[in-house]
Design a protein. Sequence first.
Length: 631
Amino acid sequence: MPLPNIKAPAPQTVAPPPDRDLYLMVTPEFLHNLLHMRAPDKYNKPEHVLVLDIRPPTSFLRCHIKGSVNVCAPTTLLRRPEFTIDKIEEQILINPNNEKFRDWRLYTKGEAPQSWIVVLDTDSTKTTSVGRSSAGGGGASLLGLLRKFLGAGYQGHLCWLTGGFLSYTRWAPAADDIEWAQQGQNPMSALPSMLEKANTRPLNLHISSHNPALALSGTMAPSAMQPTNPFFNNIRQNLELSCGITDVVPLDIAFSDADLARLPRFLRDLAVMEPRARAQHLAEKFFEIEKKEQSRLQSVMQRHAFESSTNQSANPPEVLISSRAAYPWTPTEHTIPPDAFLLSITAAIERGNDHRYRNFWTFEHSRVKLEHQPNRSRYINASFINPLRYMGGHGVYIATQAPLPSTFSVFLSVLWEYNVQTIVMLAREEEAGRVKCDNYWDELTADPFHVSVVEQKMYSSEQLQDFNKHVEQKNTSTDTVVIHRTLKICNRAEPNAQPRYIAHYQYVAWPDHSVPESPLDLLGLNKLVHESEPASSLSLIHCSAGIGRTGAYIIVDAVSSFLQQVRSSLSSKAEPSITPCHLQCWESPTDLIYEATMIIREQRMSMIETVRQYVFVYKAVMLALLADPVP
């Protein structure tokens, strides 16, 4: 069956940045001359040289160029104009040994050919190198930092080291310029105080260092005396939060009094706020969610470190989880045994090769488990999600990563064993030239399963928004935004079983780490899904990693459906179908979206990944309630 004509970005190489000529590429020999205050060919003798190393702190502390300063910030932050050099400086100057960093400001008043700033990462040889700050840099990180100095008025030479730190260590004359950690010292103990405040402890899970999903780029293999910390390189958890609130996203809404009357109190309170105060309020609430997760993951680290240690005389560190979130598959809350470790990630780490991304693991209490996968792995990076059980809104979803070719069989086993009848896929197969989701539906054989597409329909924005007749502003675009497939799955391990048919919805208008242009298409998709979905069926939701877009979709669907049910009961004047607890929530100031997001973060890490996605959820829920024809 031919694929629809969808406007997808063609695979392409990274284009050279337009300002690359403003930054000088230097060799190890050139940098060596600068460090020893010798004039390179055709240049003046230097009097000020600042070397900035953007590798992860663990790598920097093991070995670095003497006198260099570690600046490890996520590329996403370096790209933001509001994340200025002043904010970077605040973090650097926490360490008193870095006081000399501020000397660059002496060279902002006029031409300064005697001053040099050199930025280096792990091994980039060109400014178009693709990399991440968590793995030691990349061209975007190099240029992002250099641009901060240019924007701050620095007048000296801005440079980057070709080949990065590795090239410098391999150049024999530079051997004396390298400073190594003292023998037996654990680099984690020397982390800057901003990370020490987070109560970070090392983690040793006795995992072989050759496992590609756990090998931390730019770090050395762990020894018996030097445990490694697989959480540390999750930059979003360990560094981006240390910079405070850096992204404030407006929630642009304007509702009439009649519209406000159709919203619950917590959304009415938000809607009447002054726009700047509303944006700041949401940014602060999302920051609370992020900090809570950071603390949770650090507790998980400490518990695993305790379990790996030989000293078992003390009680294990406590890892707290709310009863609202625990065991999401079950319809009621459970008492949690005091010694239970529900947030263990051991099973996930043991199956590291089954992960599309190395930073996101499943918690033991919520991970999807298989009983009927003989002679194969029974692990899958998938979690049960139940946001509103504590309110009586028991509704379970499966959130998972886009399956890898090596995990197709176990993915299909989940569909079969749990009788999943609906899949919502919130990603394209390729985005920005990178594979985000492998094709698992088009004439696929993954023993013992065979999958085929028996029917396929396309929906444009205009068609989807016909479902939202009560919304005034509509998108009349005729471009395809949703592909609705009917999948047929046969299981050769059960030859007497009838084929299963699954509704598969692919939403192609939601960019990774971002949000759709408008919630209206998503609300139309929700209506389409619910019209064809059996009331008691289990839905599987995935994007690429199964966290950001997946989390946002689940909260929009769960919260809007629940509030529509509550409002319907309030307006019916008949015997309510739900409890008084539900009805009280309509006039409660408690933020249901915030609470639900807190809960799903205890069921699967990083659900709703960015503040932009978090703000989008509020707008989508508001519009869903206004589109609902119930008064």
